[in-house]
Structures are given as C-alpha cells and as structure tokens.
Design a protein around this ligand. Structure first.
Ligand SMILES: Nc1ncnc2c1ncn2[C@@H]1O[C@H](COP(=O)(O)OP(=O)(O)OP(=O)(O)O)[C@@H](O)[C@H]1O
Length: 314
C-alpha cells in the first residue's frame, strides 16, 4: 500500500520529484502583498476529452489569505473536478479547456512538473473524504506525517518527528505523543481526519481544499473539524475552499458560496446574501432540504447578529 507522502505527493509529483531535486527548484514565490489573491479561478471550463464534451461550464472565484469559499451542489455537479483542476490533478482525459487558474500569481497552465512539486503541499493542499484510504495501516500515523515533513520541508529525522508532534497538537489531538505511535485501526474517523489535516498543513500551505472532508463524520465530530479549520484559518491566514453537498457545512465557515448544478454555477455571492435572499430555485431547494440539519440555527444566529448591529448603530 502507498505511504501517506506518496498519496499526498500524487503521481505527478512523484514523477517530478527527482527533477525538482536535481534542479534544486523547490522554492515557491509568495506575493509581496498579503492581501493579494492566493488563488484566482477565472471562468474555468473543464472537458472530458475522451467523451468529447464539457463538464464544468465556467467557474470563477478569488481567494485571498484567510478567506473561505464554499462550493455546494448535488453529486456530479463538478465541485471535485474544479478543485482537482486547481490542484493540477485532473483525472486522465480531463482538461481545463477554458479560462485560467492562478496559484500564488502563477498561471498553472504554464507550470512544469517541478514547479508543481514546489507549489503542491507548500502553497496548495487538500483533504478529502475517507481519510483511512490515504493512510497506510501498517505504519504509525505520526511516522507518516513525519515522512511528509521530511520530503516537503527537508527536515532531518529528529526534527521531522518533533514537527509531526507539533502538527498533531495543532489539529487539537489530545496526547499527540501517544497518537504519533498509533496505527489507523486505533483511531476514530474524526481523529483520522485530523491526522490527514495535519499532513495537509505540514508544509505550511496558503490554501487548503477540504473536499467533503467532514461528510463521513457524525454531526458532532463534523462540527469539531469545521471549528479546527476555522481556527487554522484565523491563526495562520490559511485560505479555504470548502466543498460540500451540505449547505449548512459551507454556511458555518465560508464568506462566499458558489452553488453548482450540472457543471454550472447557478448562484454565487456572500454566504449571508445567498442564504437570506436566494435567487435561484435550486438554491432555495438546497436551503429547504438542509434546514433540518442546522441551517435554520445559522440563519437565526445571523438574524440576531444583524439585529444587534442595528441596535449598535442606533
Ligand atoms: N475520473 C472520472 N472519470 C470519469 N468521469 C468523471 C471522473 N471524475 C468525475 N467525472 C464526471 O464528472 C462529473 C463531475 O464530477 P465531480 O466529481 O466534479 O462532481 P461532484 O460535484 O464533486 O460530485 P460528488 O459530490 O459526487 O463528488 C460527473 O458527471 C462525473 O461522473
């Protein structure tokens, strides 16, 4: 079974790792202006070249440090493909056939495999559903994170061990030294997702894509993981792309939301605006569907905040 660093480092990266090592080209450029976009997605279109048709018909959003954008929509609407395009890991036969994606000022269409190696993990990183499938059951989880740190940050064994413990602490795992030495079967789904988030942030990325990262977890653990992402965002300025079929999840964390349906963005705007004044019938449907899962609570809190703000102004 592949190790975590092999999974985090994707096939394309592995191919290019040697090239990066040979050229020593492992730096990445951060823009001087901290408010400059870290990710700009402009009218991106993605096509299945084998089937000969377009699947994603124009997605645009901009992420600045500390901002969170949510992509919500039904299964097959193109959420994951959009994220994979930004990570440079579209499945075979799929291509970006229109628009552009800029990662930390770099147009990704011009990136060499070596540049991808430098950017992936260190600038953009991701966590997906089903954390167990990204971890090797026969290697202690801490050692798997330490390996990512060694590969991506070039730390020596002892330093990587120390950093892995720090990362396990940063994702709010109690007793990180104990967790370091544990195997996947000893950890719950929520703990495994935290381990994976620790690995994803190991190289201090500026953008984290969380694609249905809390979907398989029960509601309480899901809320804890969302709190953790909010905390990382606040403490480190991490910019987030949160993908979910559940509008309530996106509402908790995101400043802006894109509602996708069949490859189209049917509605987009500040989360509050979209939730309070949905313009598209499909958004209204999503809101109605998810009210029982806590969206009503979110809307009530928002209404209370708005009322308090009006009182303050008066
Ligand atoms: N590897 C692949 N091979 C073939 N078709 C794919 C592949 N990945 C995605 N697709 C197709 O592209 C379309 C968009 O898929 P995508 O995974 O982006 O949707 P999604 O909105 O993320 O859905 P979900 O919530 O189920 O993950 C779907 O019709 C899907 O069948």
């Amino acid at each position: 079974m592949a190790t975590l660093s092999e999974k985090v480092l994707t096939e394309a990266e592995k191919d290019s790792r040697t090239e990066a090592e040979e050229t020593g080209n492992t730096e990445h450029v951060h823009p001087a202006d901290a408010s400059a976009p870290v990710l700009s997605v402009r009218d991106v279109r993605i096509s299945d070249q084998a089937a000969g048709h377009e699947i994603v018909h124009g997605v645009s959003f901009t992420l600045t440090p500390g901002k969170a954008v949510g992509i919500v929509g039904e299964s097959g609407s193109g959420k994951t493909l959009t994220c994979r395009a930004a990570l440079g890991i579209l499945p075979a036969h799929f291509e970006v056939t229109g628009g552009s994606i800029e990662l930390d000022g770099n147009d990704i269409s011009a990136l060499t495999p070596a540049r991808w190696t430098a950017l992936r993990g260190a600038t953009i990183s991701a966590v997906f559903q089903d954390p167990a499938s990204y971890l090797n059951p026969s290697i202690r989880v801490g050692a798997q994170i330490a390996e990512v740190v060694r590969v991506k940050k070039g730390l020596k064994r002892r330093e990587a061990h120390r950093r892995a413990i720090e990362l396990l602490r940063a994702v709010h795992l109690r007793d990180p030294e104990l967790v370091y030495g544990q195997y996947t079967y000893e950890l719950s789904g929520g703990m495994l997702q935290r381990v994976l988030i620790a690995a994803a942030i190991a190289a201090d990325p500026r953008i984290l894509i969380a694609d249905e990262a809390t979907t398989a977890l029960d509601v309480t653990v899901q809320a804890e993981i969302l709190d953790l992402l909010a905390d990382l965002r606040e403490r480190t300025g991490l910019a987030l792309v949160l993908v979910s079929h559940d509008l309530a999840v996106v509402a908790q964390l995101c400043d802006e939301v894109l509602v996708m349906r069949q490859g189209e963005v049917v509605e987009q705007g500040p989360t509050r605006e979209v939730l309070h004044h949905p313009r598209h019938e499909y958004t209204r449907l999503l809101i109605a569907e998810h009210e029982q899962y806590g969206l009503d609570k979110f809307l009530a809190v928002e209404a209370a905040k708005a009322a308090a703000a009006v009182e303050e102004d008066a």
